[in-house]
Design a protein around this ligand. Structure first.
Ligand code: NAD
Length: 254
């Protein structure tokens, strides 16, 4: 165990069936946590649950769409019913949207990304925070992106808009939550070796090798690289850290 204080902590993860969310689920389970993974894909959830190989006393899977208010209320209630509370919230589900210049994006393309990435993240905060406020503790990690700090060369205006919004949301909500002993930070990964990058590579026509060459450490992040930062932000080792942005980017924005 890297962070003994995380043992037995209750962790809620959205987008938990794949990529960063699934890697974080494994990392928290390895620390002795109880974990609820939420995802829109029931099939992917079932597969991840089986891969993680942990019983229902330590891992539950909840099918929900983070952009739907009733689903968000339900995933919070189901987690609290199963495990008793929520100590850590990895507010992570997101989509990349379409790769195209703004003049070729449809308004519906923009709305879809905003609804999952921004509304979904905001709703998660809205319904998880009261649980943490009641016990005057908790740590929330929102997933933004390096695209929430700078605009890169890829034409993904809905995505970048959404990730800057998550950055701003993190900072304002951290101020509100501090009085209740709850911390809120954001992680900002560069390209990570997940399905999302496969989609961005094919959408942009730029290869993994070409993108990796723009990263000083010379490679994509692996999902576990982000999970390691999330663990730190969840643990008491970061207990004076809130409202902050953490790049996990191999030096890309240095
Ligand atoms: P991924 O596509 O591998 O996994 C995302 C998961 O979210 C999937 O299991 C998907 O089913 C789920 N999901 C999508 N829409 C949902 C919804 N409406 N409700 C519930 N679940 C939903 O992607 P990933 O790479 O793991 O990305 C996770 C987060 O990290 C996203 O917010 C993404 O923007 C961010 N991020 C990723 C990268 C990268 O290069 N992969 C870089 C920076 C930031």
């Amino acid at each position: 165990m890297t962070y003994p204080d995380l043992n037995q902590k209750i962790v809620l993860i959205t987008g938990g069936a794949a990529g960063l969310g699934a890697a974080a689920a494994k990392a928290f389970l390895d620390e002795g946590c109880k974990v609820a993974i939420v995802d829109i894909s029931a099939d992917a959830l079932a597969k991840t649950q089986a891969d993680l190989g942990v019983g229902a006393d330590r891992l539950i899977a909840i099918t929900a769409d983070v952009s739907k208010e009733e689903d968000v209320k339900r995933y919070v209630t189901e987690t609290v019913t199963a495990f008793g509370s929520i100590d850590v919230f990895f507010n992570n589900a997101g989509i990349e949207g379409k790769v195209a210049p703004i003049v070729d994006q449809k308004t519906e393309d923009f709305d879809r990304v905003m609804s999952i990435n921004v509304r979904g993240t905001w709703l998660g905060l809205k319904y998880v925070l009261p649980i943490m406020y009641a016990k005057k503790s908790g740590s929330i990690i929102n997933t933004s992106s390096i695209g929430g700090l700078v605009a890169g060369p890829m034409p993904v205006s809905p995505y970048v808009t959404s990730k800057f919004a998550i950055h701003g949301m993190t900072r304002v909500v951290a101020n509100e939550a501090a009085a209740y002993g709850v911390r809120v930070n954001s992680v900002h990964p560069s390209p990570v070796n997940t399905q999302m990058m496969r989609s961005l590579e094919s959408g942009s026509g730029v290869s993994q090798e070409a993108i990796a060459a723009t990263i000083p450490l010379g490679r994509y992040a692996e999902a576990v690289d982000i999970a390691n930062m999330v663990l730190f932000l969840a643990s008491e080792k970061s207990n004076f850290v809130t409202g902050s942005q953490f790049r996990v980017d191999g030096g890309m924005l240095s």
